[in-house]
Design a protein around this ligand. Structure first.
Ligand code: GLY
Length: 383
């Protein structure tokens, strides 16, 4: 066993132990973050149930289910499949109600429905995932060749907005193509990825968060800093969505330019990584306040580990080593294995300018767990 597997074995043991009680305690919930008492909230039980930024439509609602599927495949314990299906089946309502639903259906339905189908052959999950993929495809703007992000915002015309995060939602389109052989899903995913490669990825490997196109003509108009520090900055979670997202596109298409793009963004991240292995909210934020984002850290690490699997032997170590540095920093200094808190990973930030910093977020736990399983040699890729 190499040092990575030994480390991953130790951390997996802790994950199993903690998730044993966390899953039981929260079996009825769709968690996002923890309250000051360390208890998970429930996005499925909120008053504003139908808006995009709250309730059942919330973009992270697939991650608790995803964590359950990771545990199911690790342990074979049916309990985890049963808990995963609770959130999966509750989220079906979002598709029929439709209002408030957005581009992030991939984040919601890939680690729940597609995972369920792949791991257990559940037909009900197949139908829901195809429905979600069809709605996602319906957001495609053929003139600009991008998938529209979000819906109308008060006072703002966002019809031409696309965002880096959406690289992850392409998984659902690739899956729908592989499942049905209908190339519309494939074409939309590839066109969107090509647009992102052209307009989001800068020559130095840093990326834009939001790019606005003219929704009538498709012309690129401008970029926005979005959840990062500002225009022209480098939101670290967005960097992660890009490295890992281009790897997903590469794995589903075999297109070499996606691998090259993933490498370019990865090299930028590796150069920006400091000794501590701790990831800021934006690689170009001021030194103080030193806001961190452990979610971004775990997403970048996941992308680097996929990259390590795809490159020739002599290139693997540098990606693995950087991923390990990030994950080990989280493990040693930013994780909570106690019974005082339902979440594992600490110091997450939704965005630079959001006043809530250094909180817990369910998808940090998801991507941390996923990366640990990758290091352990677990081969299933839910994306
Ligand atoms: N919507 C994805 C993110 O906030 O990272």
């Amino acid at each position: 066993m190499d040092k990575y597997s030994i480390w991953a074995e130790e951390v997996t043991g802790k994950i199993r132990e903690k998730m044993q009680w966390v899953s039981e305690k929260n079996r009825e919930k769709i968690p996002y973050t923890t309250d000051c008492g360390g208890n998970y909230d429930d996005k499925g039980d909120m008053a504003k149930e139908w808006s995009a930024d709250n309730g059942l439509n919330w973009w992270t609602n697939g991650f608790f289910g995803g964590m359950m599927w990771l545990l199911f495949q690790d342990t074979g314990n049916e309990k985890y499949a049963e808990i995963a299906r609770r959130s999966e089946y509750r989220m079906e309502r979002c598709l029929m109600d439709f209002y408030g639903l957005h581009h992030d259906v991939g984040f919601m339905f890939q680690p729940t429905c597609v995972a369920d189908l792949r791991l257990t052959g559940n037909e009900r999950s197949r139908r829901t995932a195809l429905h979600a993929a069809t709605l996602l495809a319906g957001r495609y703007n053929p003139e600009g060749q991008f998938i529209r992000a979000w819906n109308d915002l008060p006072g703002e015309d966002t019809r031409g907005w696309a965002i880096i995060d959406c690289m992850f939602n392409l998984s659902l389109l690739y899956w729908a193509f592989e499942e049905t052989k209908d190339p519309r899903f494939y074409h939309i995913a590839v066109k969107h990825a090509d647009t992102v490669m052209k307009y989001f990825v800068r020559p130095d490997g840093s990326v834009n968060h939001i790019v606005e196109f003219n929704p009538e003509t498709g012309e690129m108009l401008r970029s926005y800093g979005g959840q990062g520090y500002g225009e022209g900055s480098s939101w670290t979670r967005g960097q992660g969505w890009a490295v890992y997202g281009f790897m997903i596109s590469y794995l589903h298409t075999g297109k070499e330019e996606y691998l090259i793009t993933a490498k370019k963004v990865a090299h930028y991240c590796m150069a920006a990584l400091d000794e501590s292995g701790i990831i800021p909210v934006d690689f170009r934020q001021p030194k103080e306040p030193a806001w961190e984002d452990s979610c971004g850290a775990c997403v970048i690490a996941g992308g680097l580990l996929e990259l390590a699997k795809a490159v020739p032997e002599q290139e693997k170590e540098m990606y693995k080593q950087s991923a390990f540095k990030i994950l080990d920093a989280i493990y040693r200094t930013r994780s909570d294995w106690s019974r005082d808190c339902d979440a594992i990973v600490r110091n997450c930030s939704a965005s630079y300018h959001n006043p809530e910093h250094h909180v817990t977020m369910v998808y940090a736990d998801y991507f941390f767990m996923e990366a640990v399983y990758k290091l352990k040699g677990n081969t299933i890729l839910l994306w």
